[in-house]
Design a protein. Structure first.
Length: 288
């Protein structure tokens, strides 16, 4: 698993090989693990494996979340004091809606209690505007057009996946910024994997509707007990191919959050009586 500690805070982060070391681009997906060399002592968790960059206001203070987000941005090599007011989040509702942001994002604090409304993805061509989505079993999809210098992040739960939010994200880049899909790099982040993601109705019917019976037969894997598992990763990969991406430009993490619950938060791994306060991790991409 490509977890890196190679930053000034020794903060464990997941990074895609195809998006690393690109001039003018920074990205990472957080884990549940706290930094080895914290920047802000007062926002550190009591347990080192409970480092949340998101959560419900009833259970975690805004100041704590914002301090940890500052540390996350600093771990990416960014001037967090300068750039944090530009951080853009989205009010995720398990849709296939993707929005774009421009210069109006600078200093607008479009996150925490003021995210972009009613969408699950965001695209920009503005440098210094970090884009963030929040996850706990649903995949992040990071997109980067290496020619037009456009970046985006998408939250793709089962509803977003069958709604083909990946296709919509690429369409926004093509229509709004003149991107050629062949120039877009994509990463499909850690999430619950086909090894663990048991589903029933209405997921089964929606997968068949969205992808057709032949492809659905590959995406819905029947188990010995007669139940079915849904392969979110392959569904998203197929959708990115449908959008016109080069297969060589798509990287899959192949990391299951349920199997790797010691490293990543997982909604399904959280006991039912604790799910009002389940942990979440974040995906961030920014043009620098």
């Amino acid at each position: 698993m490509p977890i890196s500690y190679d930053n000034t805070l020794e903060l464990p982060v997941f990074q895609f090989e195809n998006l690393k070391n690109i001039p003018g681009l920074a990205h990472a997906i957080s884990t549940r693990l706290a930094p080895g060399r914290p920047l802000i002592t007062e926002v550190q968790p009591s347990a080192p494996n409970d480092y949340r960059l998101a959560g419900r206001a009833a259970y975690i203070q805004k100041e704590t979340v914002m301090g940890r987000r500052s540390e996350f941005l600093a771990a990416l090599g960014l001037d967090y004091e300068k750039i944090q007011p530009n951080l853009v989040g989205v009010r995720q509702l398990h849709t296939a809606t993707v929005r774009t942001v421009g210069a109006e994002a600078y200093g607008a604090n479009l996150n925490w209690d003021n995210p972009l409304p009613d969408c699950d993805g965001v695209i920009t061509d503005q440098p210094g505007v970090p884009l963030m989505t929040i996850h706990a079993d649903c995949p992040a999809i990071l997109l980067y057009d290496q020619v037009r210098k456009v970046a985006g992040t998408l939250h793709s739960g089962w509803r977003g996946t069958v709604g083909k939010i990946a296709l919509e994200g690429v369409r926004q880049m093509v229509d709004g910024y003149g991107s050629d899909p062949k120039n877009i790099l994509a990463g499909i982040g850690p999430s619950i994997g086909p090894c663990c993601y048991q589903v029933g109705e209405p997921v089964l019917s929606e997968v068949k509707r969205a992808f057709g019976p032949e492809m659905a037969a590959e995406l819905l894997i029947q188990q010995p007990d007669g139940s079915y598992h849904f392969d979110l990763w392959q569904a998203i990969y197929n959708t990115l191919l449908e959008a016109g991406l080069d297969p060589a430009h798509i990287e899959q993490s192949q990391v299951c959050t349920l199997c790797e619950n010691e490293t990543f938060f997982s909604y399904r791994a959280t006991p039912p009586d604790q799910r009002q306060n389940y942990g979440q991790f974040t995906a961030v991409i920014v043009l620098t």
